[in-house]
Design a protein around this ligand. Sequence first.
Ligand code: ZN
Length: 298
Amino acid sequence: MRDFSRDHRWLSINTATVRKSRGVDVPLLDILDACAARGIRAVAPWRDQVASAGLSKVASALKSHGLALSGYCRGGMFPATDGAGLQAAHDDNRRAVDEARTLGAPCLVLVVGGLPGALDGKAAHKDITRARAQVHEGIARLLEYARSCQMPLAIEPLHPMYAADRACVNTLEQALDLCDAIDPIPATADMRPADLGVAVDMYHVWWDPKLQAQIARAGQRRLLAFHVCDWLTPTTDLLLDRGMMGDGVIDIAQARGWVEDQGFAGYSEVEIFSAANWWQRDMGEVLDTCIARHRSAV
Ligand code: ZN
């Protein structure tokens, strides 16, 4: 297992972590400057932040700073109530693939969606089986395009509390079942990343009794991203109360050992949504804390 205690060369910052500084939105280009100034080598930006800053400006800022990406957030949200909605999701996901390619991302992260309309507070139906079928079909269709762009897709299983509104893929096992059904890996495979794999976000999967076994099942080729933060007790908000590594109950180092046992050698991406705590602090303090906790708690 890699020793993270001496430096932060394998730290990546998901830019949502410092989306706000002292409660105020931070422009993405300022985030990139602040990361580069601290010797952080990688980031994972969100599409809305990239759109606000301008895709080409972000691409050139990444280049001039020598910043890599650990992923691009995010595509997905496949389910819809009708054909037009499914097509709109597909078209938007193709654009996400194109952006990921422009930015040099190693993968596009997929948050697959749940019941149509639920995110806006009014689910159009209760048929989660149908939503899951649409997710299956949507990923399979997008994968054809993503392959032609050489952009791997990383399915991120979300904690079951998000099954209705954000993702009806809720365990690593379920995500890998999709991978195996849509993109079987031949037995003679080489070690390059699979076209379709998974993003393991500890916030979503830490509780899963099958976690270690499913990480082993995924293997190096399907392990495309590793996201870290912590689970606080109590958690006061289902979405926006993620903890800093070391402040909660997740044994992050143990799970990092499991992914590295499979040959994962990429970045540990810090992804914290924290409306009442970390987004209220100064961005510099948050980044410095991420560096310190990356060394001590990841
Ligand atoms: Zn994540």
